[in-house]
Design a protein around this ligand. Structure first.
Ligand code: PLP
Length: 444
């Protein structure tokens, strides 16, 4: 490989292996080492690497027209992807989709869309967006401000807009000292309290991940949480934005994660699995009412990005969704998720494993110092990174994270393999993870 002295890397001190090729759930580096992609990168690769049908669809689009600007043309690929998403939506009222290049762009677009909607609906005082601590909505400054991960936010605090945050729905570490068996969902009622304090007439929307991903490791709320949130949003006329960048497009065993609770949001933000990583792609799907209010009002969404709705990415997304449908991969994510949970349960008795949780092929393992008190590891020990490094050395890619407890402390490992993973490959994944945990436990 050519000398690589002019790339600005994410971790400036790390020496990265060179990715050479990938197929199915495996990636090979240029030295010939094979890695099982246990996290689909960062919860991106849903249908597996190197699927010929996707490459073919991309080639066809590439030859026809790879790029036109969305201010000049529409294109058949975008129309097809819009139709496919409408057919997958939790409700047919979610009828329009705005295409972008990734999750952060999609979050920012959703927020601007809601704000413009309220202005055009004659409620110009509605502008605040409430979100939750221990959440992640992206790294652009608007999205980062909504996120609740202190370690990611703290460098940029002075340039982040101050927005209201409420406590997460995190049963293992309940902010209200409740236990799931008897709790009455104070974490959901927090939203109502916050709206009242902020003044309902100033609140435009509430945004949250149906199952929290990057910042806390597949935290699944108690049943009833999302239904209560929906009720509160309806009572105070607040739009509900489901950030399904990780949980959407089958990851949690349903088309969209929030469908696990039968709730219909007003906007759905998606990315990652939408293109399975074959191209950068994000989207915001909105209810008819939002679209028609703007259409019948100013007629123009005052927004746009150069690569929004581009033919190559939308053709890729359409091919991915067709592939998911043809191969029943959403159902497969649900079924293989059950198998993954059964296998991961074998790790539960380890001293450093606090909780194993998840939905579909979206699993989190919270790592702790003490089982009885649920005390977390010292942040300087970087336990999750060390476990992930050990796994990587042994040929397993995972997505480690920290800060779930309070934005700074807490360690977890996130697993989100492609939906095409087999039982044998899940066994391989769990065996490597067990070895990695063992290796790190010896050094603590
Ligand atoms: C829930 C959620 N929202 C938004 C984003 C931002 O997406 P992107 O990295 O594509 O900008 C992420 C990324 O991990 C995410 O997990």
């Amino acid at each position: 490989m050519e000398a690589c002295d002019h790339v600005f890397y994410r971790n400036l001190r790390k020496v990265y292996p060179v990715a050479d090729r990938a197929e199915g759930v495996y990636i090979w580096d240029t030295r010939g080492k094979r890695y099982l992609d246990g996290s689909g990168g960062a919860c991106v690769v849903s249908i597996g690497h190197g699927v010929p049908a996707i490459l073919e669809a991309m080639q066809i689009q590439f030859k026809r027209v790879p790029f036109v600007h969305s201010s000049h043309f529409t294109n058949p690929a975008a129309c097809e992807l819009g139709n496919l998403l409408h057919a997958m939506a939790p409700d047919e009222s979610l009828s329009r989709t705005y295409f972008l290049s990734g999750g952060s762009e999609a979050v920012e677009s959703a927020v601007k869309l809601v704000r413009q909607y309220w202005r055009e609906a004659g409620r110009p005082d509605k502008y605040k967006v409430i979100s939750r601590w221990s959440s992640f909505h992206g790294n652009t400054t608007g999205a980062l401000a909504l996120g609740g991960h202190t370690a990611r936010r703290r460098h940029y605090q002075p340039i982040l807009q101050h927005t209201p945050h409420i406590e997460p729905a995190y049963c293992y570490r309940c902010s209200f000292k409740e236990v799931p068996e008897t709790c009455d969902l104070q974490c959901a009622d927090e939203l109502e309290r916050c709206i009242k304090h902020e003044d309902p007439e100033s609140v435009a929307a509430f945004i949250a991940e149906p199952v929290v991903g990057a910042t806390a490791g597949a935290v699944v709320p108690k049943d009833g949480y999302w239904q209560r949130i929906r009720q509160i949003c309806d009572t105070y006329e607040i739009k509900l934005i489901a950030d399904e960048v990780m949980t959407g497009i089958g990851r949690c065993g349903r088309n969209f994660g929030i469908e696990n609770w039968g709730v219909v949001p007003d906007l759905i933000v998606m990315a990652k699995g939408l293109s399975s990583g074959y191209t950068p792609l994000g989207a915001v799907m909105v209810k008819d009412e939002i679209h028609s209010t703007i259409k019948n009002g100013s007629g123009v969404f005052v927004h746009g990005h150069t690569y929004g709705q581009n033919p190559l990415s939308t053709a890729t997304g359409a091919a991915v969704l067709r592939y998911i449908q043809e191969h029943g991969l959403v159902e497969r994510s649900r079924q293989m998720g059950i198998y993954l949970m059964e296998k991961l349960a074998m790790l539960a008795k380890r001293d450093c494993v606090g909780e194993i949780r998840g939905l579909g092929l979206f699993a989190g393992i919270e790592l702790i110092r003490d089982k009885a008190s649920r005390a977390w590891f010292d942040r300087d020990l970087h336990v999750s990174t060390r476990v992930a490094n050990q796994a990587f050395e042994r040929g397993l890619v995972t997505y480690p994270g920290s800060g779930g407890v309070d934005g700074i402390h807490g360690d977890h490992i996130l697993l989100a393999p492609p939906f095409t993973i087999t039982e044998r490959q899940i066994d391989e994944m769990v065996a490597i993870l067990a070895d990695a945990l063992e290796a790190v436990a010896k050094t603590l």
